[in-house]
Design a protein around this ligand. Structure first.
Ligand SMILES: Nc1ncnc2c1ncn2[C@@H]1O[C@H](COP(=O)(O)OP(=O)(O)O)[C@@H](O)[C@H]1O
Ligand SMILES: [Mg+2]
Length: 267
């Protein structure tokens, strides 16, 4: 099935995803039979303790697992149509990662990166400076023409994160997987990037899977929340229920830790 057969995607479903590795001869399940549905126009937060399998879920769904890690089971469907990972990546799903510096090729300019993203997304022409300029302006890179000629080492982490979000816009993908997108940024830049991401979802009607361990970010941005523990989703609910009526011990622990931190900060 070609990507172009899907005109206005509304849902992305991950069904029965398993991810596993072998360590010292032992088989380890990193993600176990995980299913979730992401709708366009919403932010679904994927939360859980460090090591619970959030990043492996994103990587497994897109077929970009590290060496030695495999996904023996799982499907991704967009509007009910089963798609191979290569049909998703950069076309229907774009990614915003935690460490923007390592996500860029050090010997390529920002414009080169934009052209590559447009080429993968089959946007024509790939080297359309006007489209790149508009995307850079939309993410608040006001001197867009100068930024196009910069290399990663010439930019701050916050600027690089803005470019990564601009690249997501340029891909035209209706879904974004944002894996801890603000973890490596200082607090003020974090707040700006979060505003930018939520504005993008609201304006463009994108569907965002927002991976985070920060319940403050969840409270501020998410519509729904899926909680992971040991490779499985143990609770899924609207954001208000997660904070006011958490059911699973893992959810209660995350909310309690968040409240403790918050109360400590205002004491
Ligand atoms: N390259 C790898 N090979 C084997 N196991 C890994 C690898 N990377 C991460 N893991 C393990 O996979 C589990 C889930 O990791 P991850 O998805 O990165 O967690 P999270 O994003 O929730 O913090 C962890 O137990 C981690 O130790
Ligand atoms: Mg992670």
């Amino acid at each position: 099935m070609l990507t172009s057969d899907i005109s206005t995607p509304r849902t992305l479903e991950i069904r029965g995803l398993s991810v596993c590795a072998t360590r010292r001869g032992h088989h380890i399940d990193l993600v176990r039979n995980l299913s979730l549905t992401l709708n366009t126009g919403e932010i679904l937060a994927l939360v859980g303790a460090s090591g619970s399998g959030k990043s492996m879920t994103c990587a497994g769904a897109q077929g970009v697992l590290p060496p030695g890690v495999i996904s023996p089971h799982g499907h991704v469907l967009v509007d009910g149509v089963h798609l191979a990972p290569r049909a998703l990546r950069g076309r229907l799903v774009s990614t915003v990662l935690q460490n923007p510096r390592s996500a860029f090729n050090p010997v390529r300019t920002m414009f080169d990166h934009a052209c590559e993203v447009r080429r993968v997304a089959a946007a024509s022409p790939a080297g359309d400076k006007t489209a790149v300029r508009e995307a850079f302006l939309e993410v608040g890179l006001e001197d867009a023409d100068t930024v196009m000629d910069l290399y990663p080492f010439e930019m701050s982490g916050g600027m690089l994160q803005r470019v990564m979000i601009a690249l997501a816009i340029l891909s035209g993908a209706p879904f974004i997987f944002a894996d801890e997108p603000t973890t490596d940024l200082d607090l003020i830049v974090q707040a700006r990037i979060l505003d930018l991401l939520s504005g993008l979802v609201a304006r463009r009607g994108l569907g965002m899977l927002l991976v985070t361990h920060d319940m403050g970010v969840v409270a501020r941005l998410a519509t729904r929340v899926a909680v992971m523990e040991a490779g499985q989703i143990v609770e899924e609910a609207p954001v208000a229920d997660i904070f006011h009526a958490p059911r699973h011990p893992a959810t209660r622990a995350l909310v309690a830790a968040h409240l403790k931190l918050y109360e400590g900060a205002i004491a």
